[in-house]
Write a protein that binds this ligand. Structure first.
Ligand code: HEC
Length: 162
């Protein structure tokens, strides 16, 4: 952990580490999905507030499957952490790992969702939605405007849901 030498305190006690924009900025898009330069799925929000399809879909899936424990809008609850921040802090691979396999720290249990298609088929959607929230690019609540769902996203969804 970085130390603030002047005060001898951990930096985190003074301020959050700034989020590197490269971790969420859109580098390229493919059939209605957006990616960073590291090929990690990310959100896209236009100046007029229109969100990409995955972000909108992620909002709905999150509130169907996760918010009972993690609170509305990824804000956390007394029971489970604010995962809008986890999506930023953990990175994509570890985020996916926890959701697929779950985690049990002895006191509280995050269930594994690896067998649940309503989560697995929408994992990137949930991730990019939370990333938009955790980086303060998306306000709380249901996004008012969204991009159309692309044919490829529709086909992938049908194939995944069976
Ligand atoms: C039954 C309650 C419950 C549900 C439903 C739930 N979680 Fe969790 N989740 C938890 C708890 C409790 C923890 C903290 C576990 C720990 O302390 O290790 C957690 C931890 C996590 C973490 C790790 C947080 C971190 O910063 O380390 C992620 C990521 C996560 N959950 C994602 C999700 C997603 C995505 C969903 C919906 C698909 C979901 N959770 C649904 C209870 C839940």
């Amino acid at each position: 952990m970085a130390l603030c030498l002047a005060a001898g305190l951990p930096m985190a006690a003074l301020a959050e580490d700034p989020i590197d924009p490269k971790s969420y900025e859109v580098s390229y898009d493919e059939d209605g999905r957006y990616f960073t330069e590291d090929d990690v799925p990310t959100f896209k929000i236009a100046d007029d507030g229109t969100v990409d399809w995955l972000t909108f879909s992620g909002f709905r899936r999150y509130h169907a499957e996760c918010h009972v424990c993690h609170g509305p809008d990824g804000e956390g609850s007394t029971y489970a952490p604010a995962i809008k921040n986890s999506s930023v802090d953990l990175g994509y691979d570890e985020f996916v790992n926890v959701v697929v396999n779950g985690r049990n720290n002895g006191n509280s249990v995050m269930p594994g969702f690896g067998e649940n298609r309503n989560v697995m088929c929408y994992l990137d959607d949930i991730y990019v939605y939370l990333k938009a929230r955790g980086t303060d690019n998306l306000a709380r609540g249901r996004p008012a405007k969204k991009e159309a769902k692309s044919d490829v996203i529709r086909e992938d969804e049908d194939a995944c849901m069976g």
